[in-house]
Design a protein around this ligand. Structure first.
Ligand code: FES
Ligand code: FES
Length: 210
């Protein structure tokens, strides 16, 4: 049988009134607390939250350089690269695995770094866009993107190039259709798709080592 709520009688009125007065007093008291005290309390709370996510040791190679670091278990590979190592070439677009802006290579395989926790990559080798060029010499795919105007604003470009390299390496650049299919996880809001495909075809046809 359906249970109906209690009627809003005098007893409930008194209880509601008491609750309201208690809350009002609390808000008044908070308003009188100096801002510095509130800030100190907030900082203490932040510390406690940070302690709750105790960092774990991690050893990995990034762009050929070995790193021994500690990282919060909740940190994504993307945030770890950008915020802890300051490798900001890898971009955060959607942060939900839908745009490809965060693409990096893990042991040679392309990965959306926003969908992967850093702690999952202990002992692995990561390559970001910063690791592609050979000193001042651009990677062939970077040079091809420049040659074919494969970008406009450039925000998606690091992810596009990392995917494009994987596309050729994996032998998935056999035709325009195959390239478009492989690259479909990398969104370009500027619509530079035709130029991106041309750059990939150029590298593939040139037979350059990627
Ligand atoms: S930021 Fe990772 S897929 Fe969009
Ligand atoms: S070049 Fe602007 S989003 Fe791709």
């Amino acid at each position: 049988m359906t249970k109906h709520p209690e009627p809003d009688g005098p007893a409930n009125h008194d209880e509601n009134r008491r609750t309201f007065l208690k809350q009002s007093s609390l808000f008044t008291a908070l308003a009188l607390v100096p801002g510095t005290v509130v800030e100190a309390a907030a900082a203490k709370l932040d510390e406690r939250v940070a302690d709750a996510f105790e960092k774990v040791p991690l050893s990995l190679k990034i762009n050929g350089v070995k790193h021994k670091v500690t990282v919060e278990p909740r940190a994504t590979l993307l945030d770890f690269l950008r915020e802890q190592l300051h490798l900001t070439g890898t971009k955060k677009g959607c942060d939900y695995g839908q745009c490809g802006a965060c693409t990096v290579h893990v042991d040679g395989q392309r990965v959306n770094s926003c969908l992967s926790f850093a702690v999952m990559h202990d002992g692995q080798e990561i390559t970001t866009i910063e690791g592609l060029a050979d000193g001042d010499k651009l990677h062939p795919m970077q040079a091809a993107f420049v040659k074919h105007d494969g970008f406009q604003c450039g925000y998606c470009t690091p992810g596009q190039i990392m995917s494009a390299v994987a596309c050729v390496r994996e032998g998935r650049a056999g035709s325009e259709g195959e390239i478009r299919e492989y690259m479909s996880g990398n969104i370009c809001r500027c619509g530079a798709y035709a130029n991106i495909v041309a750059a990939i075809q150029d590298v593939k046809d040139g037979g350059q080592k990627v």
